[in-house]
Design a protein around this ligand. Structure first.
Ligand code: COA
Ligand code: MG
Length: 293
């Protein structure tokens, strides 16, 4: 499946607004998520689908170097099969399923996805992103993530999760609790966790604060709904220079400790053993992928 670990930012682009496509493709987002679901009104679903089919079938789309994602309507909707057939094209990395609540939905989506891959000459398997955006989805997040090896990651959806329950979207304790719960489910299933969109796009401070929490919890990036959020996410989800330097010292100390047959030792005034070395290697791999040394 496509490489998605370097996905600090993922910009949503409504399929019904083709005038935004070019701007999105020229921008700095690591990934683009073309949307057929909540950002497209019921009356515009067919137009949006046709616009995305044209875009994703076009000759130039793959040259953009971004991770390409399409969010389709829910499996249970009348739009689902037509959506999947339209957007599963060579170059699509990930298919994003909204409002997932059962493993049977995931398996049905895989069947539709495989059929579309065969029909449209897609040879690189497309991965799945399962939105966790309901109380039930959150409770079942681990089972959903394990339902099929195509599942690559779990994006969190806080608008859909909180609004019907009348939980305040900007209640930090609630956001934190949900983030931890989903992160542990994703970690147990071996897929990545992806942070939620932030609707108040003029509030850069708020976006940054939420992204920082997500990163400290091991999320790999944050959804963006406006181009002004992309740079904030790209900054938040890169390891800091201090973290990279520390990771390098841990890796060096580990090589030395291995040679001496020592398992636990001190780096920068703190104990290091196997799990810390594992993390340091992950930080260095991320830094390398981002061209940070
Ligand atoms: N992708 C690409 N370009 C975008 C964009 C997006 N998601 N959102 C805004 N832009 C562009 C605008 O076209 C405008 O370009 P211009 O300066 O060349 O005219 C510029 O960025 C500034 O946009 P602005 O005028 O502030 O926004 P808007 O009022 O046109 O739209 C939103 C605001 C929130 C409606 C719009 O950003 C949007 O639809 N976002 C995505 C929503 C979505 O997909 N939601 C579902 C997932 S939660
Ligand atoms: Mg939604």
């Amino acid at each position: 499946m496509a490489h998605t670990r370097g996905m600090r930012s993922k910009l949503f682009v409504p399929g019904s607004r083709p005038e935004l496509f070019d701007k999105a493709l020229r921008g700095d987002a690591d990934a683009l998520s073309f949307d057929l679901e909540d950002s497209v009104s019921e009356g515009r679903k067919a137009d949006a689908r046709a616009a995305l089919q044209a875009l994703l079938s076009g000759p130039s789309i793959r040259a953009c170097g971004k991770t390409l994602i399409a969010r389709v309507n829910p499996c249970s909707s009348v739009h689902f099969n037509a959506d999947v057939r339209a957007v599963v094209r060579p170059g699509l990395a990930l298919l994003n399923l909204p409002k997932v609540e059962s493993t049977s939905e995931v398996l049905a989506a895989v069947t539709a996805l495989e059929a579309a891959e065969r029909a449209n000459g897609v040879t690189e398997p497309v991965g799945l992103l399962l939105n966790i955006e309901s109380a039930r989805g959150l409770r079942l997040a681990y089972e959903l993530a394990c339902a099929h090896p195509r599942v690559a990651g779990l994006p969190l959806g806080l608008g859909d999760l909180f609004e019907p329950l009348q939980i305040a979207r900007h209640e930090p304790a609630a956001v934190h609790a949900v983030m931890v719960q989903m992160r542990l489910a994703a970690g147990e299933a071996g897929v990545f966790a992806y942070d939620a969109a932030y609707a108040r796009f003029t509030d850069a401070e708020g976006f940054r604060a939420e992204a920082d929490v997500a990163r400290r919890l091991g999320y790999i990036g944050k959804s963006c709904i406006h181009p002004s959020q992309v740079q904030l996410a790209n900054e938040a989800f890169r390891p800091t220079d201090a973290e990279i330097a520390h990771a390098r010292r841990v890796a060096e100390a580990d090589a030395d400790a291995q040679a001496r047959g020592v398992g636990a030792y001190t780096v920068d005034g703190q104990m290091v053993d196997a799990p810390f070395v594992h993390r340091a290697r992950a930080v260095l791999a991320t830094a390398k992928r981002l061209g940070l040394g």
